[in-house]
Design a protein around this ligand. Structure first.
Ligand code: PBG
Length: 349
């Protein structure tokens, strides 16, 4: 008789069973990117027939109003049906007057896109930094600090002017305290109770906005934005910022930037039920584009992986400069997977 004992061996887990083929992997995929959840930022400038690439952000352009319909058509063709507008004003002043002018650049852009594409979701960035001669997000006091409470009615006026032009959603990015309440009250009072607010709630004072400041010509002439944007070290405070914006009436909230703040995004997802948007900012985009251009990364795989990580962390929608490319890549991927499957058998009668 064999006097050795049978040793119970736990079956080891064969995770690889479900990774064998593309179709199996797609079947069990937990996170799916969907172009209808992408938001494409567009930079609108004065002039005619302008389409100038922004040096720091390959593939992103300054567009004049007449060129916007082409960009939107391209996006819609790829399945991207939401855009976020940033304007480059003709003149800047201490009071940011072009930000709320009826003929301001964003107001013109909204009307133009609405006329051609009434179903596209037009979101407008509400901030003063691109419109003030000093480049700050609010009005300044005599000593040069931002006057939070004096800025609120100006922001409300900007948001109202965007809504009047036809914006579907207004998105304040200024990080003044109380802005959501101020904007909500003004919109409600002026007949725009139906216009939602997407609040840039947890917006961090990030080095990753560097390329954007070239794109929007919005770098502050002195100082920085640390007196109003969040300290990158503060995850718990981010949740309080989001809770405050929700209490003030935000319909959607945002975490920005995205990839360096995926923990904040995941915590926000767990804590709140509102739609959450994440902003893959200019620096995140530029890093990937430049690394890909120097042959360090496969652009398509790296970009889709970055976007997937943002969706996996809990974003319902993603603002990304790569929206159109990503949408096309996804379509190709699906098409490729389908072609790879055997043709369905026909029933012989
Ligand atoms: C402010 C604003 C900024 C961005 C969006 N809205 C710049 C800033 O806060 O300095 C950054 C977006 C990006 O980097 O892609 N109006």
């Amino acid at each position: 008789m064999n006097d050795s004992f049978a040793i119970p061996v736990l079956p080891f887990q064969r995770f690889r069973r479900l990774r064998r083929t593309p179709a199996l992997r797609r079947l069990v995929r937990e996170t799916r990117l969907d172009p209808s959840t992408f938001i494409l930022p567009l930079f609108v400038t004065h002039g005619f027939d302008v389409r100038e690439e922004i040096g720091a952000m390959p593939g992103v352009y300054h567009l004049s109003v007449d060129r916007l319909p082409y960009a939107v058509e391209e996006a819609v063709g790829a399945g991207v049906t939401s855009v976020l507008l940033f304007g480059l004003p003709e003149t800047k002043d201490a009071g940011a007057s072009e930000a709320f002018a009826p003929e301001g650049i964003v107001q013109q852009a909204v009307r133009r896109i609405k006329a051609d594409f009434p179903d596209v979701v037009i979101i407008t960035d509400v901030c003063l930094c691109a419109y003030t001669d000093h480049g700050h997000c609010g009005l300044l006091t005599a000593t040069g600090t931002i006057d939070n409470d004096m800025t609120l009615p100006v922001l409300a006026r900007v948001a109202l002017s965007h809504a009047e032009a036809g914006a579907d959603i207004v998105a304040p990015s200024d990080m003044m305290d109380g802005r959501i309440a101020a904007i909500r009250a003004t919109l409600d009072d002026r007949g725009f109770a139906e216009t939602p607010i997407m609040a840039y709630s947890a917006k961090f004072a990030s080095a990753f906005y560097g390329p954007f400041r070239e794109a929007a010509h919005s770098a502050p002439s002195h100082g920085d934005r640390r007196s109003h944007q969040m300290d990158p070290a503060n995850g718990r405070e981010a949740l309080r910022e989001i809770a405050a914006d929700i209490m003030e009436g935000a319909d959607m909230v945002m975490v920005k930037p995205a990839m360096p703040y995926l923990d904040v995004l995941a915590q926000a997802r767990a804590a709140f039920d509102l739609p959450i948007t994440a902003y893959q900012v200019s620096g995140e985009y530029a890093m990937l584009k430049h690394a890909a251009a120097s042959g360090l990364l496969d652009e398509r795989r790296a970009m889709l992986e970055a976007l997937t990580s943002i969706a996996r962390a809990g974003a319902d929608s993603i603002i990304t400069y790569a929206a159109v490319d990503a949408a096309r890549w996804l379509a190709e991927e699906w098409g490729g997977a389908l072609r790879a499957l055997p043709a369905p058998a026909t029933v012989a009668d």
